[in-house]
Ligand binder design. Structure first.
Ligand code: ADP
Ligand code: MG
Length: 328
C-alpha cells in the first residue's frame, strides 16, 4: 500500500461542515459569521507520550482528545482538524483500529478531518484542531488563562489523578488491584475532553486551562497570566481520584501522600481547571448540569502572589509538588 492509497483508505471521508477536505493542496473552512477561529496543536511521540504497545484504537482517540481538550479550555466549538502522521510502516492491523478510534471521537464532536501529512518514520502523531468562538458586541467569548480575579473561586471538572495512578502502576512503582487499574487506565488512555463544559462556561468562567501537566502546574499558568495568587484546599482535592473513591477501597493500598501527588501533580487528566466569581456559583452549577460534567470547588484566588496549599483546618501543607516539564 502506497502513501496515497493509505490516505485514501484510512483518512479520506466526505465533509459536511468544511468547504473542502482531504485531497487538494489546502482544506477550506468557513467559520460562521461573528465567530473567531480557535487553533491548537498537540503532538504525541512514542515512548514519550504513550507506550509502544498501547492499543491503536485508544491512541487514535487520545491523539484527538488532547487537542479537543485545548478547544474545550478555550470555550471553543470544534470544527475540523488536520493529522500529520509519521508511521514506521503501512500496517492495516494498526491503521484500521487507529482510524476507527480517531473518527469515533471526531464524529462524537462533529469535528472533521480535513487534511494532513503522511510520512514514513518513527511513530509520531501531530494533530491541529480548529474551533469556533463567538464574538459578541465586538468581544471574543474565548476563555483565556489571563482573566482570573482576586476573590474568584477555583474549580476543576471531573476526576483527577487516575491517569497518574495508572502510569505509575504500569511503570511498576505502585501496585493497584486489577479492577482499579482498569478504571485508572481508561482515564490515561482514553481521556474525555470536556468540550461541552468549556462551551457552557463561556461568559461564566473568568479564566480556564485544561489539566495536562498536573493541577498545580497548570494552575500556576493561570496565576501567572492573571497576576494573582491562589489557595487550594487539599482536603477537598484529595477526593477527586475516581479509583480511590470507592466504598470497598482500603486506604492502605496507596498512601495519602501518593494520592496527593497524583491529584496535585499527576498529569494527563484533561479536566478543565477554571475560575469564576462567587456571584457565578449558580451559573457554574447550571453549566455543569448542562454539560453533564461534575465540577468541584477546590480553592480561591488571592491578591497575594504564589500558590498556597491548606488542609481541612486551614493549615499550610509543608511540601511542594513539581509539575511535568519535558526539558526539566
Ligand atoms: P502535499 O503534497 O500538498 O503536501 P500530500 O500529498 O501530502 O499533499 O497530501 C495529499 C492530500 O492528502 C492533502 O489534501 C493532504 O492534506 C491530505 N493528507 C495527507 N496525509 C493525511 C492524513 N494523515 N490525514 C488526512 N489527510 C491527509
Ligand atoms: Mg504533504
Amino acid at each position: 500500500m502506497g502513501e496515497f492509497e493509505l490516505i485514501a483508505r484510512y483518512f479520506t471521508r466526505p465533509t459536511a461542515r468544511a468547504v473542502l477536505g482531504v485531497g487538494d493542496d489546502c482544506a477550506l473552512l468557513q467559520p460562521a459569521p461573528g465567530t473567531q477561529l480557535a487553533i491548537s496543536s498537540d503532538m504525541l511521540v512514542e515512548g514519550r507520550h504513550f507506550f509502544s504497545d498501547v492499543d491503536p484504537g485508544a491512541l487514535g482517540h487520545k491523539a484527538l482528545a488532547v487537542n479537543l481538550s485545548d478547544l474545550a479550555a478555550c470555550g471553543a466549538t470544534p470544527l475540523a482538524f488536520t493529522l500529520a502522521l509519521a508511521l514506521p510502516r503501512a500496517d492495516d492491523a494498526w491503521l484500521t483500529p487507529f482510524s476507527r478510534g480517531l473518527f469515533a471521537l471526531a464524529d462524537a464532536h462533529g469535528c472533521e478531518l480535513v487534511g494532513g501529512d503522511t510520512t514514513q518514520g518513527p511513530l509520531n502523531i501531530c494533530i491541529t484542531v480548529f474551533g469556533e468562538v463567538p464574538v459578541i458586541h465586538g468581544k471574543s467569548q474565548a476563555l483565556l488563562r489571563s482573566g482570573a480575579k482576586v476573590a474568584d473561586e477555583v474549580y476543576v471538572s471531573g476526576t483527577l489523578g487516575d491517569a497518574r495512578l495508572a502510569l505509575e502502576t504500569m511503570r511498576g512503582t505502585i501496585t493497584l488491584p486489577a479492577e482499579m487499574l482498569a478504571q485508572a487506565r481508561q482515564r490515561l488512555e482514553q481521556p474525555t475532553p470536556r468540550v461541552a463544559l468549556g462551551q457552557a462556561l463561556r461568559g461564566v468562567a473568568t479564566a480556564a486551562i485544561d489539566v495536562s501537566d498536573g493541577l498545580l502546574g497548570d494552575l500556576r499558568h493561570i496565576l501567572q497570566a492573571s497576576a494573582v495568587g491562589a489557595t487550594i484546599d487539599t482536603s477537598i482535592a484529595i477526593h477527586l481520584i475516581a479509583a480511590c473513591d470507592r466504598p470497598d477501597w482500603s486506604t492502605g493500598i496507596i498512601s495519602l501522600e501518593k494520592q496527593l501527588d497524583c491529584v496535585l501533580a499527576g498529569g494527563d487528566d484533561y479536566e478543565l481547571l477554571f475560575t469564576a466569581p462567587v456571584s457565578a456559583r449558580a451559573a457554574v452549577q447550571a453549566a455543569s448540569r448542562l454539560a453533564h460534567t461534575p465540577v468541584t470547588r477546590i480553592g480561591r484566588i488571592d491578591l497575594e502572589p504564589g500558590l498556597r496549599l491548606i488542609d481541612s483546618q486551614g493549615n499550610a501543607l509543608p511540601r511542594s509538588f513539581p509539575s511535568f516539564d519535558h526539558f526539566a
